[in-house]
Design a binder for this molecule. Structure first.
Ligand code: ASP
Ligand code: MG
Length: 267
């Protein structure tokens, strides 16, 4: 029995059908005996739409209000996922970032996680409840304000929770089936990389691969969180990011091809 954090990106919860599909995966992991914490991004292009609405009413929205607005996207998708899990007969409870104990700096729009207080989550896990945490947001203790973590911040939420809970793995479910040597939609023959070190993943993320947010890779690296990037649609092997390479691992080609490695996850 393991403790698993599963993160679902915006494209994996684009519609209620996709939410139901993801919920079945969550419930299956729980039924297999694991403790499961789920972090969900806002549905589809919600965050972009909210940004557009903000600019329609104010060309330079106050950062605090922008955070209040943007954080709402994840506050819709997470309770919906909790309900989808409930409809499958399992117990689920969703939290905002603040409720879940995600403590950040006070900089609106690009806050950094400084602490995670997972006691409440742990108590619920011990009672057999599946816990959902709204990604991309937290609360600043200095200002008592809600903050957001920057685009793609749900990856960081998931990995920070995995670190705080000493999870066995943080699974990142996305719309590509792992990390490739190049963008598989553009480059025929691009290969799936089954295993990467943190450093290799960091270089890919820094070069613009959109599979994982750069900050989340740094967090995983610092705390040694094993990350498993997988497709939300099928059951392929995906890509494991950890600090060791086993002997059988192929070297990651460095250069132009790697630079193009990309996911299509909606930010
Ligand atoms: N919804 C936020 C964004 O689109 C956070 C995330 O998806 O990770 O950037
Ligand atoms: Mg998003």
């Amino acid at each position: 029995m393991a403790l698993i954090v599963q993160k679902y990106g915006g494209s994996s919860v684009w519609s209620t059908d996709r939410i139901k599909h993801a919920a079945r995966r969550v419930v299956a992991a729980h039924a297999a005996g694991h403790d499961v914490v789920v972090v969900v991004s806002a549905m589809g292009d919600t965050t972009d739409r909210l940004l557009g609405l903000a600019r329609e009413v104010d060309p330079a929205p106050p950062p605090r209000e922008l955070d209040m607005l943007l954080a709402s996207g994840e506050q819709v998708s997470n309770p919906l996922m909790a309900m989808a899990i409930h409809a499958l007969g399992a117990q689920a409870c969703s939290f905002s970032g603040a409720q879940a104990g995600v403590i950040t700096t006070s900089v609106h729009g690009e806050a950094r996680i400084v602490d995670v207080r997972p006691e409440r989550i742990r108590r619920l896990l011990d009672r057999g409840v599946i816990v959902l945490v709204a990604g991309f947001q937290g609360i600043s203790r200095e200002t008592d304000e809600l903050t957001t973590l920057g685009r793609g911040g749900s990856d960081t939420t998931a990995i920070a929770l995995a670190a705080a809970l000493k999870a066995d793995v943080c699974e990142i479910y996305t719309d590509v089936d792992g990390v490739y040597t190049a963008d598989p939609r553009l480059v025929p023959g691009a290969r799936l990389l089954r295993h990467l070190t943190y450093e290799e993943m960091w270089e890919l993320a820094a070069a613009g691969a959109r599979v994982l947010a750069l900050r989340s890779v740094e967090y995983a690296w610092r705390y040694g969180v094993t990350v498993h990037v997988r497709s939300a649609q099928d059951d392929g092997p995906g890509t494991v990011v950890s600090d060791h390479r086993d002997e059988a691992m192929e070297p990651v080609p460095v250069g132009a091809g790697v630079h193009a490695a990309a996911g299509t996850e909606i930010r």
